[in-house]
Structure formats: C-alpha cells, structure tokens
Design a protein around this ligand. Sequence first.
Ligand code: ADP
Length: 221
Amino acid sequence: MLIEAKDLCKYYGKGESEVKALDNACLSIDKGEMTAIVGTSGAGKSTLLHLLGGLDKPSSGVVRYEGENIFDYSERKLARFRLKKIGFVFQFFGLVPELTAWNNIILPAGLNRNADKEYIRHICDTLGINDRLTHYPSQLSGGQQQRVAIARALANKPSVLLCDEPTGNLDEASGKEVMELLARVRKEYGQTVIIITHDSSVAGQCDRIIKINDGKLTENG
Ligand code: ADP
C-alpha cells in the first residue's frame, strides 16, 4: 500500500458556522492505481485531495505514505515531500502568465537540484507540446495549457499525481485528450493517480471510484 488515510476529519470555522468537510474518511491506495473521487459540489473532494497532498492539515486523523504520517513532518520536510513526491494538476492550470511554457514546466524542477532535463523533454514529447515550449500561457489553448501543467506536475518524477477536476475547464474533445495523456504518462512513468471529477466518463476510465457525500466516503465495487 502506498497511501493510507485514516479517520481523517476536517472542520472549517467555529461554533455556529462550523462546517464538517470530512467525516472520519478512511482510504488506502496501492502503488500505480488510478482512482476517481466523485461527489457533488461541497461534498469534500478538494478538502480530501489537499490533505492527501499535504497542502493542508486535518483537524484529526493521519495520512501515511509508505507507512509515514506526513503530518508528523516538520513544515520544511513536508514542503520537501510535496515537491519531490507529489505532482498537482488543477482545474484552472495555475501557470505563471509571465513565464514561457518551458519555464513554467521547469519551475518546480528548478527547486530540485537533481532535475532531469532529458526526462522533462521526454515528457513534453509524450504530451505533444514540444512545439509550444517558447509560448506564453495566453498564447495556448486550454487543452495545451493543461498539458503544460501536467508536464510541470511530472517534472520532479513524483510518485503520485493529484488532479483536481483536470478536465473541468476544457471542452469535451480537449478533456478526452487530457485524460488519454494522463493514462499514457501513468503507463509510461508508473505514477499513482488520484482524480477528482464530475465527469462520469472520466471516472469510468479509472480503476476505482470513491464517492464522497457530506464528507463521508463510500466505494463503488
Ligand atoms: P468539493 O471539492 O467537493 O466541492 P470542498 O472540499 O471544497 O468540496 O468543500 C467541502 C465543504 O467545506 C463545503 O461545505 C465548503 O463550503 C467547506 N469549505 C471548504 N473550504 C473551506 C474554507 N477554507 N473555509 C470554510 N469552509 C470551507
């Protein structure tokens, strides 16, 4: 088992305005699995993904990677863990507008002295963006921007890709293409992938579908 979440609770706010975004969520994910997380808006999907990626801390509960609780780490060690082990892909791409596609892609790798430029070029090749690397985000279509964002997420050879509605801002054809590319990079580089999605055809391409409703998890067989 690669990732284990145990009894994760997350509360936002206090007193009258308290929201229980996650309610004793338990989850285990094997290396190489592609898992969809589905649920209505406000169900707790992003909260869960942020906790799994160490972007936020739970109110209680643990997230273990290969047996280690990441919330026992110091801030510095947690930041290092995120940088090296996790790639994030977001709905609105999150590219830096002032940087070219290539400079966006190598941004996190620049923080990692061991970045492998040869490998990054290979990823760009797989993602079909080699002829767009000198372009700025505003010069790229949504689908191209998301492919650049995926290349950036992969730049440090993370073992896990966490994707929050990666096709949510794309038209159907670009969304399909991005999913095919995610499946291809996962096959080629062996990442474990977790995808939040509203789209049942995206969920249908995953090995597992985990449903979340009012902060509670259930799994489809
Ligand atoms: P989803 O991703 O499924 O739409 P979220 O995880 O974003 O759901 O949110 C779960 C619940 O937590 C919602 O009721 C939302 O309003 C609440 N929530 C999320 N983030 C915050 C926050 N920073 N402060 C207060 N409430 C929040």
